[in-house]
Write a protein that binds this ligand. Structure first.
Ligand code: ADP
Ligand code: MG
Length: 375
């Protein structure tokens, strides 16, 4: 099976030590990507820095050749160029809101593609394994406004708080809200041809929002979205992660398919509100993942109720939708999150509720979802 072959290859790579640094090639972030085929062919891209002994490529090949199920190993060597980028002179990460507002116009990063090429049908590429990125989990919803991004930032922040290495990739071309919700609004610097992801609340971030102006229409489609997502997976200096959460655009569009085709996903989490129409959309979205073999890890119901001053629960958006959807998909209901005004305020001010009011029922519900995913 490709999945287990990938894991075996990763285990073998961890044993290959770069003699110059004394660090293995995985933790030294020298493995750019690994692709495996069902026939046991393995393609590895290895990044060599100036002082590295080129025989490291041979060591990598030999280390992987002996792995059970591997029939052929090819190692491609990429040179790290060491070019620094002046764009890093922006506002420091975590700067107060006033400084962010005064930040210079964000400069599009150099690898931003021209949105000119007409989309042509591309054959589905073999998903690539990114061993350093840990479990890649997509957070998806059938429609916008159900709290997908809010749930994503809170799950990611809760896991980072629990000591995990967490990355967050904002792939929502229609509403890249993650930078605002995490309080980071500055173009990330580029070092050695890699984008350095800003860190907020212990989470490393990369977002389409860093690359587009707020009022710029989402004109990227098909292959272009694919290209950006691939660049986000390959050219961002994520370091070694336990989890990479991906905030998907709503629905079953190109970005979903692109991501699914670009990387081995550990699974998808579906966010919905309790009402019928949201659930119907979510079901269609979930089916897309099932069709392409990505497991649905569970359903999160958001805005489940409003807590009245007397402690009773007012089901503003109906009730039971999350449970019905979970039942229909045969997956667990991971949590029900109440509607709570500070959740929205935290999103607007860049402080997720699990940081801002960790003892509130909404924050506890978010943290509980994160905990279930971490099992
Ligand atoms: N549980 C909640 N309580 C209060 N406001 C919420 C809650 N979840 C989301 N919101 C707010 O609802 C709006 C939509 O949420 P968002 O996460 O942007 O949705 P999506 O990513 O699905 O489009 C945001 O203003 C957000 O702050
Ligand atoms: Mg969103």
């Amino acid at each position: 099976m490709a999945e287990t072959l990938t894991a075996r290859v990763e285990n073998a790579l961890i044993k290959v030590i770069n003699r110059r640094t004394g660090i293995d090639v995985v933790h030294g972030e020298q493995i750019v990507d690994v692709a495996t085929s069902t026939e046991g062919r393995v393609r590895i891209t290895l990044e060599l820095s100036a002082g590295d002994d080129p025989t490291l490529a041979r060591d990598v090949r030999q280390g992987v050749e002996g792995v059970e199920g591997v029939t052929d190993v090819r190692v491609e060597v990429k040179r790290a160029s060491g070019v620094a980028d002046a764009r890093s002179a922006g506002v420091p990460i975590g700067a107060p809101a006033a400084a962010i507002a005064a930040a210079p116009r964000r400069v599009p990063l150099p690898m931003m593609p021209e949105p000119a090429a007409a989309p042509k049908p591309t054959p589905a590429p073999t998903p690539v394994a990114f061993p350093a990125l840990g479990k890649i989990i997509a957070i998806s919803s059938g429609k916008g406004g159900v709290g997908k991004s809010t749930v994503t930032v809170n799950i990611a922040t809760a896991l980072a708080k629990a000591g995990k290495h967490v990355g967050l990739l904002d792939a929502d071309i229609y509403g890249p809200d993650i930078p605002r919700m995490m309080g980071v609004m500055v173009a990330p610097p580029v070092e050695n041809e890699k984008i350095v992801p800003p860190e907020a609340h212990g989470v490393k971030l990369m977002s389409l929002g860093f690359m587009i102006e707020r009022d710029q229409p989402a004109i990227w489609r098909g292959p272009i979205v694919m290209k950006i997502i691939n660049q986000f997976l390959r050219d961002v200096k994520w370091g070694r992660l336990d989890y990479l959460f991906v905030d998907m655009p709503p629905g079953t569009g190109d970005a979903q398919l692109s991501l699914v085709q670009a990387a081995h996903l550990a699974g998808a989490v579906i966010v919905t509100t309790p009402q019928e129409v949201a659930v119907g959309d979510a079901l269609r979205g979930a089916k897309m993942f099932e069709r392409v073999g990505v497991p649905i890890l569970g359903v999160v119901e958001n805005m489940s109720w409003y807590e009245m001053p007397d402690g009773s629960k007012l089901p503003i958006f109906g009730s039971g939708g999350g449970a019905r959807l979970a039942l229909e998909l045969g997956v667990p209901l991971l949590g029900e999150i109440p509607l709570y005004q500070p959740v929205r305020e935290g999103g607007d001010s860049g402080t997720p509720i699990v940081i801002g009011a960790p003892d509130s029922p909404a924050a506890r519900a978010m943290a509980a979802v994160a905990e279930t995913l971490d099992r």
